[in-house]
Design a protein. Structure first.
Length: 118
């Protein structure tokens, strides 16, 4: 089952969910605030994607970090920061089971789903 990780009131997450619904893609939604996220899951995502792809550096959560914290960011620091503030994750995070993708654009989702049998 495809899992979409995000936050219910995030505009980008809503766009992604509308795209998935319009294309009749079955998925389960996991709200990062309400349902939480484990350190092991965050570390697995960081191993696969790296902190640069997983952390939204345009978010208010990123901007709220100290300059020192932003400069020192690496995968380990990102894991700590994401556990403390899940809104740092670039949303949505699309988990296909065998690969993950962060962020949303209609073109990118079209490419992703044209390559995968659902």
């Amino acid at each position: 089952m495809i899992v979409v990780y995000g936050i219910n009131n995030c505009d980008t997450v809503r766009k992604a969910r509308r795209w998935l619904d319009a294309h009749e893609v079955e998925y389960r939604f996991h709200d990062l605030r309400e349902d939480g996220i484990s350190r092991a899951q965050v570390e697995a995502w960081l191993d696969e994607l790296g902190w640069q792809a997983l952390v939204n550096r345009r978010s208010s959560s990123w901007k709220a970090l100290s300059e020192q914290a932003r400069q020192a960011m690496d995968d380990a620091a990102a894991a700590d920061a994401i556990i403390a503030q899940p809104t740092l994750i670039k949303r949505p995070l699309l988990d296909l089971g065998h690969e993950r993708h962060s962020g949303f654009s209609a073109g990118r989702y079209s490419d992703i789903f044209s390559k995968h049998t659902l």
